[in-house]
Design a protein around this ligand. Structure first.
Ligand SMILES: Cc1cc2nc3c(=O)[nH]c(=O)nc-3n(C[C@H](O)[C@H](O)[C@H](O)COP(=O)(O)OP(=O)(O)OC[C@H]3O[C@@H](n4cnc5c(N)ncnc54)[C@H](O)[C@@H]3O)c2cc1C
Length: 477
């Protein structure tokens, strides 16, 4: 398994074509793209830390060796539970994405669907996919997951769009492989991954065969361009030293638009091509696992950080024993632990899917409940954090003013409470990162916009059974 240093060495040979803020940048030279590399390195470091071995790693049925859980296909409910625990742990340690999370969930979704296609259609996709997975495991590669297409006009099907490129699709097939065009948006950490696994964003219908495609593409393959998100946090990181920022090493959740401009994919990296009937089930399984992990468990780790920062700020200003503060902190814990309970339930109530495959998926109802609980609850948690932290989280001067002799004495004098001004400023900046930043909308849409989960929850729930229960007790037939 790779150490953090080995990962850092390995990315030196990557050469992704990256644009950020209107100019081309080098992965290892730009302060924002480096946050992705730092975060990945930390995940590798956690993987080699004996304290976290049981959460971060497992034994591969393919290689017989120890592998990162980021590359493991769940084969039991215990595997599912550990996977969710890994999501919480990495969020607690990074305060940003485990950028290998979406990749892990595409791998889990593809394992079952390729198995079914081989069984039903006699394709060789599963053999091919498992051979590729073995290669990923043996080399302990960082894999990102590309699901979300640009999608153009949302009310139109892929084939009805003015520009077909708004959905990734196949433009050519030959004896050696396929050529794909299109773009995937909001791609977490793709720039720092060794590979990206691409799956369709939704179910496909007959006639949409070109859009039904799943494959693995190496970082920086010819025709690939990464156009990074650019936010006030990017500008701030460009302007000032990282130590003054809210999450100095790992920054924000960094994403990009990943453009595929006639990218060639050899057949041994293609895992679905034209089988429209299987796309709906593929994305449904991806959603199942991703809502438990990214939608729920990951955000619980973020909530732990926000709760910790809020409690510290309350203690710094001496209000931590006030009943309304205790109540607000308790409310934050209640929301976060409810979401955590849903992820644990999703794992423990999971089961083998498809039957006979040996692969396991979480329970859908609890997974959707986890994501919905935290999507709403995160705003609530940020509301209380903003309340407890006081206006300082958004009105604070910079720690740089503490280093200027002309202002330092005033900052020390007036921003001191029971705690020194340094501690208050540092923690307020940390909180600013969460409450006055990108995480509200990020948590809302990451792992799918909540309407999708509401539709799933409604469709999955056996309302007839609930009606019968009510009728029976009320004495109605
Ligand atoms: C921080 C972050 C990280 C992410 N990382 C990844 C990643 O690594 N890989 C990846 O593939 N994706 C990633 N995503 C993308 C994420 O999955 C999408 O944001 C999510 O699925 C919503 O899609 P969208 O952003 O295109 O929203 P939109 O489709 O633009 O949705 C906006 C609104 O329109 C509604 N809507 C959309 N379509 C319809 C319709 N047909 N009918 C009615 N209403 C509709 C939605 O419910 C929502 O209310 C990430 C997103 C975020 C925020």
């Amino acid at each position: 398994m790779k150490s953090a240093k080995e990962y850092l060495d390995s990315v030196k040979s990557l050469n992704p074509r990256i644009f950020l803020g209107g100019r081309q940048v080098k992965l290892l030279e730009n302060p924002t793209t480096m946050t992705v590399v730092n975060a990945n390195a930390r995940v590798y470091e956690l993987g080699t830390d004996p304290e976290y071995d049981g959460i971060m790693n497992t034994v591969s049925p393919l290689t017989g060796g120890r592998i990162s859980r980021n590359l493991h296909v769940a084969g039991s409910v215990q595997d599912l539970e550990k996977r969710a625990e890994m999501a919480t742990l990495t969020s607690q340690m990074l305060g940003t994405c485990n950028y290998r999370c979406v990749g892990a969930d595409t791998i889990n979704a593809l394992a079952g669907i390729t198995w079914e296609m081989d069984r039903d259609l006699g394709t060789g996709y599963h053999r091919r996919f498992m051979a590729h997975l073995k290669y990923l495991q043996e080399n302990d590669l960082a894999v990102s997951g590309a699901v979300t297409d640009a999608k153009g006009e949302r009310s139109r099907r892929p084939g009805q769009q003015e520009d077909p490129d708004v959905y990734v699709h196949v433009t050519e097939k030959n004896a050696d492989g396929i050529v794909v065009r299109g773009a995937k948006v909001s791609q977490s950490g793709a720039i720092g991954a060794h590979e990206t696994i691409v799956i369709p964003t939704m179910g496909m219908k007959e006639g949409e065969e070109d859009f039904a495609v799943a494959f693995a593409v190496p970082n920086g393959a010819p025709g690939l361009t990464y156009i990074c998100q650019y936010t006030p946090f990017t500008a701030e990181r460009e302007l000032v030293a990282a130590k003054y920022l809210g999450n100095p090493l790992y920054g924000q959740r960094e994403t990009c638009v990943m453009v595929f401009d006639n990218v060639f994919i050899p057949w041994d990296r293609v895992f679905l091509c034209g089988e429209t009937k299987y796309c709906g089930r593929l994305i449904a399984r991806f959603a199942k696992t991703h809502r438990m992990n990214c939608g729920g468990a990951c955000k619980v780790g973020f909530a732990d950080l926000i709760i910790g920062a809020s409690q510290l700020l309350a203690e710094y200003s001496g209000v931590h024993k006030a009943p309304h503060i205790v109540e607000k902190i308790t409310d934050m814990i209640r929301i976060s632990e409810t979401a955590r309970a849903c992820t644990v339930a999703a794992a423990l109530k999971g089961g083998e899917e498809p039957a006979g495959s040996g692969f396991f998926m979480p329970d859908d109802i609890f997974g959707n409940a986890a994501k919905l609980t935290i999507a709403d609850g995160f705003w609530e948690i940020m509301k209380w954090a903003g309340d407890i932290g006081g206006g300082l989280a958004v009105t604070m001067p910079s720690e740089m003013d503490l280093e200027n002799p002309e202002t330092a004495q005033y900052i020390r004098k007036f921003l001191k409470t029971g705690a020194p001004a340094e501690s208050r400023l540092r923690m307020a900046k940390f909180l600013q990162n969460w409450c006055a930043g990108l995480h509200g909308a990020g948590t809302w849409h990451g792992a799918g916009s909540p309407m999708a989960q509401k539709m799933a929850l409604y469709a999955l729930t056996d309302l007839d059974k609930k009606k019968d229960l009510a009728k029976s007790l009320a004495g109605l037939k």
